[in-house]
Design a protein around this ligand. Structure first.
Ligand SMILES: [Zn+2]
Length: 97
């Protein structure tokens, strides 16, 4: 994953940083419950959540970065299907009806 060089203040630069953080906090294959970086923490850890949020705000899809094996853990099939796993954009003026 090394070697990607983009301007740090560009959208891609911010996304790359978020992707790096996200990847660092992905569980190892076979140990989907534990974060390898945060010793003793269950996955998804708060750092993963934070990175996932930043990936989302960079207008990328978290699902494109997280291995398919882990999708059911993030988007449980038993949970109501919500297309927006993370809040969309920065809409403060949401229509509350
Ligand atoms: Zn972690």
């Amino acid at each position: 994953m090394e070697g990607l060089v983009v301007a740090a203040d560009s959208p891609a630069g911010r996304a790359a940083e978020a992707i790096n953080d996200l990847t660092r906090h992905l569980p190892e294959p076979g140990e989907p419950n534990a974060c390898p970086t945060c010793a003793g923490r269950f996955w998804p850890c708060e750092y993963f959540d934070d990175a996932a949020y930043r990936v989302h705000t960079a207008r990328l899809r978290v699902g494109d970065i997280v291995p398919l094996d882990l999708h059911p853990r993030l988007w449980s099939p038993s949970a109501p299907q919500d297309p927006r796993a993370w809040p969309s954009d920065t809409d403060e003026e949401t229509d509350r009806g």
